[in-house]
Design a protein around this ligand. Structure first.
Ligand SMILES: Nc1ncnc2c1ncn2[C@@H]1O[C@H](COP(=O)(O)OP(=O)(O)OP(=O)(O)O)[C@@H](O)[C@H]1O
Length: 370
């Protein structure tokens, strides 16, 4: 018997998380169908640049056969190209560090994937294998961090809205990755031992440099210190991010001590990379930031200032902070103590304990006063 005759479309990636998600929902009695989406056309890049969506599709199909559920396939590569990829490239071109996973969730998974499932496939819910949790209180929906702190993905989902959250299920959010793998092994899923995906949705981290080179004009230029001394050459500003230490190739320079060098800013006009020594150097430290493109999951009155914690990038610790209104549609985030390596373009996501409040895009950092 189907649970209350409720139909759920599970976003199946061919990975272990979404496969266990489908199994859990089926076991609970929902009418489960899978949906695999293709977001990238191979002819858009060299064949060795992208990870194989063919293999993922065949894994998703294999799991659906095992679980005896139907798998739909849909191609959103046009929408991905227009609404995610173009913005991703533009942000890189402007010297910022965008987060494609945040954009993909906002524009694809929890927008057109959602609409397609609810409207065209007439589902009551969609489900994904994200490590996040959902709660309902007084008819309002809340997004919580995943129970497994090492896998929590709420950072990537802060743009979700009430209407969508209402119809989303996250069946593995209260489990650890270890438990999910254990379930997969116990029920003999063909993907039980498949490696976790890393990096941008469709491209491995090893290929990101090659990939950006393929799409963006770039030229080498000078690496200069904050005092204007030329100390090396970079191979295209797009390849560097604020706070980056590795890959600069400028160790052991005559006249300088051995403290490591860090990227502190990019001078787009002069195509120069500005560096300074030490992770906590003055040029890298910020007392806060300005954020725009704000999204709040629940009603929050930002006219009044409030205290919470902020994550300035995925896998960064929570920073205690105060939020105050800045200009229209912008907020000022003031850290409890100065923080290193705030990178414009990244998302800043706010929490009250495990509750994800929402977030925005880092527009600029607020430097410490000299
Ligand atoms: N190509 C795809 N088609 C359908 N759903 C997808 C696809 N890629 C990702 N998803 C959905 O988004 C969720 C999170 O994606 P992410 O890329 O973070 O994968 P993951 O954490 O490695 O999960 P999985 O083990 O399921 O691949 C997946 O669990 C799945 O529900």
């Amino acid at each position: 018997m189907y649970k209350l005759n409720k139909k759920v479309i599970v976003a199946m990636s061919g990975g272990v998380d979404s496969s266990v998600t489908a199994w859990i929902l089926k076991k609970k009695g929902y009418h489960v169908e899978g949906l695999f989406m293709k977001n990238w056309e191979e002819h858009n890049s060299d064949s060795d640049m992208h990870c194989s969506s063919k293999k993922d599709l065949s894994d998703a199909q294999g799991v659906c056969n095992q679980l005896n559920i139907f798998l739909h396939k849909v191609n959103f590569s046009f929408e991905y190209w227009e609404n995610v990829f173009q913005k991703f490239l533009f942000e890189y071109k402007m010297g910022r560090t965008p987060n494609p996973d945040v954009l993909c969730n906002k524009e694809i998974k929890f927008k057109i994937f959602f609409e397609y499932s609810i409207q065209d496939l007439q589902a009551h819910y969609i489900a994904t294998g994200h490590y996040v949790q959902k709660r309902i209180f007084k008819n309002k929906y809340f997004l919580l961090r995943g129970l497994d702190a090492t896998k929590d993905q709420s950072y990537f989902l802060y743009t979700i809205n009430q209407k969508v959250l209402k119809q989303c299920l996250f069946p593995i959010g209260h489990l650890t990755k270890c438990e999910v793998r254990k379930i997969a092994r116990r029920i003999n899923l063909i993907v039980a031992k498949k490696k976790d995906s890393t990096g941008i949705c469709f491209i491995s981290p090893q290929n990101i440099k090659k990939f950006l080179n393929h799409y963006l004009p770039h030229k080498s230029g000078n690496i200069i210190t904050t005092l204007g001394q030329k100390i090396g050459q970079h191979y295209g500003l797009i390849h560097y991010t604020i706070g980056q230490r590795r890959g600069l190739g400028i160790g052991g320079i005559k006249g300088f001590n051995n403290i490591p060098w860090y990227v502190v800013s990019k001078d787009i006009t002069n195509n120069s990379l500005i560096v300074s020594q030490g992770m906590n150097n003055f040029y890298l430290m910020s007392i806060g930031l300005i954020a725009n493109e704000l999204h709040w999951i629940n009603d929050i009155n930002i006219q009044n200032s409030f205290f919470c914690t902020a994550k300035i990038r995925y896998r960064h610790i929570d920073i205690p902070c105060k939020i105050v209104m800045h200009k229209k549609k912008q907020i000022k985030v003031l850290f409890e103590r100065p923080e290193s390596s705030v990178a414009p373009g990244q998302s800043v996501v706010f929490y009250l304990s495990d509750l994800c409040l929402g977030g925005g895009i880092i527009k600029k950092r607020l430097p410490v006063l000299k």
